[in-house]
Ligand binder design. Structure first.
Ligand code: MRU
Length: 345
């Protein structure tokens, strides 16, 4: 996809505003870490790897002009504001942690040199994410038949990463390998990442995509020859339990019921070995207005109670395989995931 999700541009961070897609392509420019934090919180940018990149770039912006002990204090303030934005995607904390290592290793530098190191690291996080997605895509493409009908949920595409995508990276790599691919995209209530974003980027790349409402997935799995389900993840625990966009868990249950493989595309930065299982993953709850309003218009009784968890946890037992940039993990995941994490340092 030619459009850049996020970009470092001459001491600013530029992002496409994903809240306005697919009808408007508007770019926002941030000069300050607070703006980046608000962009993550309000979902101008979303998707676990993309918010990891945004957090790293946000830290770089926030550290400009600081050095020595003042830099250490400043880092805590900047990191706290960014960390508080969205709790589930572990990539956010991972991106900040990478920047912390830069701070610790360069405390003796003057302000300009330290800022340069932060800037370089943030750009490196961005570039590595692109490479990771291509590598993950190639491993995943080997699991995809030819022809294949792939069902996906939410948006784990170029828009959710530095580019290319994780689940949609597998779709793209399978296409590049010459396979005939067709995609069903769950609409993904309530934020509509599937119908707005997945459909937008696949359609732009001329990859055949059909939108369905989330409630139609069982019908599609039962009668539309789905070869596999591929989704992304915000955080995968050490035992292979997968936190991803709300609605992923029912999809995994339905896939098992219909004997369809359920794959998770997970860069190693989304795998949290410090989380023993899914119960330890913090699940973000978002404002009830995402359910009671639609495009700013009220669609439910005023004052009614809501429950709006942004993610759910799919038990490892329902996951056929986890695709990473260093290879494909199979059950038992406790062993296979830690082996892959260790591989290559
Ligand atoms: O709330 P979102 O849009 O940030 O949720 C995104 C997802 O659930 C994605 O599937 C996940 O972050 C993986 S993106 C490669």
């Amino acid at each position: 996809m030619a459009v850049k999700t996020i970009e470092w541009r001459a001491d600013t961070v530029r992002m496409i505003d994903q809240r306005l897609l697919p009808t408007r392509e508007v770019f926002r420019t941030y000069r300050d870490y607070r703006g980046v934090a608000e962009a993550i919180r309000s979902m101008v940018i979303r998707g676990a790897p993309a918010i990891g990149v945004a957090a790293a770039m946000g830290v770089a912006l926030g550290m400009k002009g600081y050095f020595g002990e003042r830099a250490r204090k400043r880092f805590e303030v900047v990191a706290k504001a960014l960390r508080a934005t969205r709790p589930t995607a572990v990539n956010l904390a991972w991106g900040i942690e990478r920047m912390k290592r830069v701070l610790e290793a360069n405390l003796s530098l003057d302000a300009a040199s330290l800022y340069e190191r932060f800037r370089e690291e943030a750009i490196a996080v961005y570039k590595e994410d692109l490479e990771i997605n291509h590598s993950l895509g190639r491993f995943g493409a080997e699991l995809v038949s030819d022809p294949a009908t792939i069902l996906t949920h939410c948006n784990a595409g170029a828009l959710a990463t530095a580019g290319y995508g994780t689940a949609l990276g597998v779709v793209r790599a399978a296409r590049e390998a010459g396979k005939k691919i067709k995609v069903y995209a769950d609409e993904t209530r309530p934020f509509l990442q599937g119908s707005r974003l997945t459909a937008w980027e696949l359609h732009k790349d001329r990859i055949p995509v059909t939108i369905i409402a989330d409630s139609m997935a069982a019908t599609v799995l039962a009668a539309r020859g789905v070869s596999c389900v591929i989704v992304g993840t915000d955080r995968t625990a050490a035992n292979g339990d997968v936190a991803n966009k709300i609605g992923t868990y029912p999809l995994a249950v339905m896939a098992e019921r219909h004997g369809v493989p359920f794959y998770v595309a997970a860069p190693l930065s989304s795998i949290d070995l410090d989380c023993p299982d899914g119960k330890a993953i913090p699940i973000e709850e978002r404002a009830g207005r995402e359910l009671t309003e639609f495009a700013g218009k009220q669609i439910a009784p005023r004052g009614v109670e809501t429950f709006n968890p942004a993610f759910d946890v799919t038990p490892a037992a329902l996951v056929t395989a986890i695709i990473t940039e260093r290879g494909v993990a199979h059950p038992p995941y406790r062993e296979s995931l830690s082996t892959l994490k260790r591989k290559g340092g």
